[in-house]
Design a protein around this ligand. Structure first.
Ligand code: FNR
Length: 370
């Protein structure tokens, strides 16, 4: 990556170099959180409250970073979190991420608001594992269409983001008056959809601005409630994973309503400011539903020891967010690959120096809260 040809390791350096590459509005859109950014900061701070107690003389010469999830084995201990509008970060956007994911065999959760269609991204991924993140549209027929298209394109799970009945109060974007859909990034899946197209008076190719205004009216579904999950269940055989769980009661409801997994997440501090950090939410949720459905985790993972701590506290998998987006901004596919390479090495070294040789060996006896 362009850093006087020196590799970039530290998260703050990634952030700094991405800042130097992107416009102020786009960098701020990626980096910032909602409100006063308390939750954004807490996501990282929470990791500092937990310390690792390594135990040695365990023969860690052979290590394995793979994980088992929903009857699949994934080679890497993290998946790429769904991040929308990536064409704003780099012209190759999600296609570059997909190529890097394929190269490193990292599963990719593709966002509904991607700048290339889910089919185009699937083509790049080849046989790399992929899940589709769904922003449940208030236009139910469109929602069903998106889910069916994802299933047809080889996505093996539907991740329903539940923490976004509407968009959070993102002061930085409001200050900049920057909204990526209006700026032209993130409508590809809708513009390619026969149901969405049928709703328009003119095609998006003829009148893009009006198509985007139509899209903004239906992108989210504030009326959504637990019983609606049956609608998606009716339209797909794929596992359904709920992203954005912070309350143990929601985790219990997820099990009761037949979800196949949950992701403990506060959307990287971008929805309600003042919610608890994802890591603080994790143990109580694990206590309620562990063993019933997989519990995934994101928000605040910045380096290898964070991954170790999240697994030790009961996560069945973790998602990487902003770090790979900064890699993309800095140097496209190669930039993402470099971030993934460093992360894999960091997790591997962290595992060995914690005295463990498999991710599945990580449990709560390894950590202590200080
Ligand atoms: C996101 N996230 C997100 N989540 C989702 O379900 N659908 C989406 O389209 C997006 N888009 C998005 C854009 C940007 C710029 C960011 C930073 C985040 C949230 C994402 O999946 C994940 O929860 C957070 O990124 C985790 O926080 P950290 O670890 O990146 O700070």
């Amino acid at each position: 990556m362009p850093n006087n040809n020196k590799p970039i390791y530290h998260y703050s350096d990634l952030e700094k170099h991405a800042k130097g590459t992107l416009s102020h509005e786009v960098f701020t859109y990626i980096q910032s959180g909602s409100g006063n950014e308390e939750t954004l900061k807490d996501n990282e701070q929470a990791f500092k409250k937990w310390k690792i107690k390594p135990q040695f003389l365990n023969d860690v010469s052979e290590r394995n970073l793979s994980i088992s999830l929903l009857d699949e084995t994934y080679k890497t201990p993290f998946l790429l979190a769904p991040v929308g509008h990536l064409g704003a970060a780099h012209p190759d956007g999600e296609l570059a991420v997909a190529r890097a994911a394929k190269e490193k065999q990292v599963p990719y959760i593709v966002s509904t608001v991607s700048t290339f269609s889910l089919e185009e991204i699937a083509d790049e991924l080849g046989d790399t594992p992929r899940w589709f993140q769904l922003y449940w549209s208030s236009d139910q027929e469109l929602t069903a269409s998106l889910v069916k298209r994802a299933e047809k394109a080889g996505y093996s799970a539907i991740v329903v983001t539940i923490d976004t009945p509407i968009l959070g109060y993102r002061e930085a974007d409001l200050t900049n008056q920057y909204f990526p859909l209006r700026a032209g990034y993130g409508s590809a899946n809708y513009f390619a959809d026969p149901v969405f197209r049928s709703r328009l008076k003119e095609s998006p190719e003829v009148n893009k601005a009006s198509a985007i205004e139509e899209l903004l009216k239906i992108v989210f579904h504030p009326k959504l409630s637990w019983k609606d999950l049956a609608f998606i269940r009716k339209h797909t055989k794929l596992p359904i994973i709920l992203k954005g769980v912070l309350h143990p009661n929601d985790a219990i409801q997820a099990v009761d309503y037949g979800a196949d997994g949950i992701i403990v997440s506060n959307h990287g501090g971008r929805q309600l400011d003042g919610v608890l950090s994802s890591l603080d939410a994790l143990p109580n949720i694990v206590q309620e539903v562990s063993g019933k459905i997989p519990v995934l985790f994101d928000s605040g993972i910045r380096r290898g020891p964070d991954v170790i701590k999240a697994y030790a506290l009961g996560a069945d998998a973790v998602l990487l967010g902003r770090p790979y987006v900064y890699g993309l901004a800095i140097n496209g596919q190669a930039g993402v690959e470099e971030v993934l390479e460093h992360f894999l090495n960091d997790v591997d070294v962290s595992l060995a120096t914690a005295g463990k040789s498999r991710i599945s060996e990580l449990d709560s006896s390894l950590v202590v809260k200080v």
